[in-house]
Design a protein around this ligand. Structure first.
Ligand code: SF4
Length: 99
C-alpha cells in the first residue's frame, strides 16, 4: 500500500461533500434506509469535480466503508477483486514466460 501523504490530496478542497453531513456517506449497513442514503451520497458525487481522485484514493488506501468517488462498498469490492484477478493473471503469464 502506498504511504499516505496529505499534501497529495489537495483535491479534497473542491469536494462536493465537504459541507455535507458525513453520515450520509457512511450509512450503517447496506440495506433498508441505508440504501436510500447510499444513493443520495452517490448523487452528491455526480456533482463533484474530485470523483476520479476520490475513487483512486479509496482504492489505493483500501477504504472498505462508505461512498467514495461515486461508488459504494460493494462497487469497490468488485473493482478490487477484478484488479487482484488481473494481477494474478499477469504474474501467472510472467511466470509461464519465464519457464
Ligand atoms: S466523489 Fe463523492 S465522496 Fe468523493 S469527494 Fe466527491 S462528493 Fe465526496
Amino acid at each position: 500500500m502506498p504511504k499516505y501523504d496529505p499534501s497529495e490530496h489537495d483535491w479534497r478542497i473542491g469536494a462536493a461533500c465537504k459541507d455535507t453531513d458525513p453520515s450520509l456517506f457512511f450509512p450503517v449497513g447496506t440495506t433498508g434506509v441505508a440504501v436510500d442514503q447510499i444513493e443520495a451520497a452517490k448523487q452528491v458525487c455526480t456533482t463533484c469535480p474530485c470523483m476520479t481522485d476520490c475513487l483512486q484514493f479509496a482504492l489505493d488506501t483500501n477504504q472498505d466503508a462508505g461512498v467514495w468517488g461515486g461508488l459504494g462498498e460493494e462497487d469497490r469490492r468488485i473493482i478490487r477483486r477484478q484488479r487482484a484477478a488481473a494481477r494474478r493473471a499477469a504474474r501467472q503469464a510472467a511466470a509461464e514466460q519465464g519457464m
